[in-house]
Structure formats: C-alpha cells, structure tokens
Design a binder for this molecule. Structure first.
Ligand SMILES: NC(=[NH2+])NCCC[C@H](N)C(=O)O
Ligand SMILES: [Mn+2]
Length: 312
C-alpha cells in the first residue's frame, strides 16, 4: 500500500509557494494516477504543526523552529506508514522535509537490519550548513543534517546520528553548488553525478553507476526534488536552474529505479504551484511518480530502453 502524506511547508525555502504542493498534486490526480497503474493508495491527508512556531532565525538557520516542527511531524507520519508496511510518499513542501522522512526511514532500516540507499534527484547538492550557506534557507541543508552536521535537534531526529553515511547517498542531476558547499561535498566524498557527468556519459551509463551495487533487499529511498528537471520542462519550482534533465531522461531514470524493485519510500518535494499557473508542473510530477512506482516496470523499462538506444 502506498501512503500519501501531505506536508504543506515552505518554511525551508527561499520564497512562499511550495506549501501549495500537496494540494496541487492532489488536484493533478496523484492518487488516481497511481491507482490507474495498479497501486493501492491511501491518502493520509495533510500534516499540521502548531501555528505558534515563530519565524525566527536561529544561528543562521532561517525559520528554525517551524522547520523543526514540520520535520518532527513528517518523522512521525513516515515512521507510522513504515511500521504498517506501507510505502510512504511524502508530498512536499520544500526539501528540508527530507530530514524528517529519511531519519524515519533510517531508523526503520536499522531496526529491520536493512541496507539503506538514498537516491537524491536534484539541481542542488543540498549539502549546506549555516556556516556554508549563502541564504540560510534550510531546504539547502537536509543532506548535511542527515550526515550528522548541524544542530542536534535535526541531526538526531532518528534517535541516533548520523542517520546516513555519505556513501549511502547518490546525488543525480546537480548543477548548482555554492562555493563553500562544494568544499564540504568534496570533504565528505559525497557521491554525485552532476549534469555534466550525465551529459558526458549519457543517461544509461549514469544510471548504471547510480544503481550499481544495490543488493536485493536494500531499501531504496528516492528523494525527488522536481527542480532536477529543466525549468523549461517543469517551471513550477522556487529555485530553478538552467541546464536540467529533460523529461524523457528523467522518465528513463525513474523506470530504471523502479526496475530495481527496491523502492521503499519517496519524497516528492519543491513543487511550487505559484510559479506555474498552468498546472502542467504538477501533472508532470505526478506522471513521473507513476513511472517510479509502477508495479509493471518491465514493460516501461523496455520502452525506455528503446527510447534511450534510439536517442543514442
Ligand atoms: N532543495 C532546494 N531547492 N535547495 C536549493 C538550495 C539553493 C542554495 N544552495 C541554498 O542554499 O540556499
Ligand atoms: Mn533539493
């Protein structure tokens, strides 16, 4: 069973709008789309936090209390879904929410003695701390917190720290890294397939690398930041970066990931409907999610292979 969990939060972003994401995804038919391909889906509705959480900066972390409250709520909801054996699909909301969702996944995997691998599809590395960030926006910081850097309220959401080792992460589609962040990425040896890598090797090779050495039984968490797509394809994001993935390439990535049969949890984040009045961004995001979660992946992968080989 797939559990849809809405988290209308944009406290971690540079602008308002991502909080409208869950509503836009539902309107674009996320539940029906997944049901149509044969998934059983329960919509658990939207999470809430106490409205009294103040919008203040704490030691360089903007809206710290609010982001923390959202992540605690996300942690609890994702943990609940995993406990009953569901595949939680977090409908964000901004990418700071991945701290809560992945901490819950990490705790669950530790309890079940499962390997965990995180595929992070993104235009950005999201590997800042307050010290390296230019903006203080916490949607640029989730991976560092998960890797154990930052305030203990964030790094210890899972009950232990770090929730993740850098070697468990594969970043894909990156093309914007802040100068100090770049140094941190290198120091941590964070595995990253940038757009330049992808363009150089081709998408097939890139996915071979991203998915190599995944053992059967691994829990694969896919953190899908929709800004990994080119803004011409998906304009509805808060931090667009040129030179992103084309639709066919990302469809291929999603089909390849689905083919592992290991997808155990998903974040669908950073959709900002306010930046795309046409609504096509939400529809594209839903369509890609249905490729990722399609239980009949064999047919899809074959079709994608046909495309990829045709495209050379
Ligand atoms: N998930 C995202 N959209 N992250 C954007 C981060 C942008 C930039 N690196 C920053 O800190 O602020
Ligand atoms: Mn991101």
């Amino acid at each position: 069973m797939i559990s849809l969990i809405g988290a209308p939060c944009d406290a971690g972003a540079n602008m308002a709008g991502a909080a409208l994401g869950p509503c836009a995804l539902r309107r674009a038919g996320v539940q029906q789309g997944l049901q149509k391909i044969g998934c059983k889906v329960i919509d658990r509705g939207d999470l809430k936090i106490p409205t009294s959480e103040p919008h203040v900066e704490v030691q360089g972390y903007r809206n710290f209390h609010e982001v923390l409250a959202w992540n605690r709520a996300v942690y609890a909801a994702v943990a609940d879904a995993l406990n009953v054996g569901d595949i939680p699909v977090l409908l964000g909301g901004d990418h700071s929410l991945a701290m809560g969702s992945i901490s819950a996944v990490a705790a669950n995997c530790q309890r079940q003695n499962k390997e965990l691998r995180v595929l992070w599809l993104d235009a950005h590395a999201d590997f800042n701390t307050a010290n390296t960030s230019i903006t203080g926006n916490m949607h640029g910081m989730p991976l560092t917190a998960l890797c154990g850097q930052g305030p203990s309220e964030l790094t210890e959401l899972a009950g232990f720290a770090p929730a993740l080792r850098a070697s468990q992460i594969r970043l894909l589609g990156v093309r914007s890294v802040d100068p100090e962040e770049r140094r941190a990425v290198r120091r941590a040896a964070l595995p990253m397939l940038t757009m330049r890598h992808i363009q150089g090797r081709g998408i097939i090779q890139a996915m071979n690398i991203a998915l190599s050495d995944i053992e059967p039984g691994t829990h694969l968490h896919v953190s899908f930041d929709v800004d990994c797509l080119d803004p011409l394809v998906l304009p509805g994001v808060s931090t667009p970066e040129d030179g992103g993935l084309q639709l066919d390439s990302l469809r291929y990535c999603m089909a390849r990931i689905a083919q592992t049969g290991c997808v155990g949890s998903v974040d669908l984040v950073e959709l900002n409907p306010a930046a795309d009045p046409t609504g096509s961004s939400a529809q594209r995001a839903v369509e890609l999610l249905t490729v990722l979660l399609n239980p009949h992946w064999e047919r899809h992968v074959q079709r994608s292979f046909d495309w990829a080989e045709h495209a050379g």
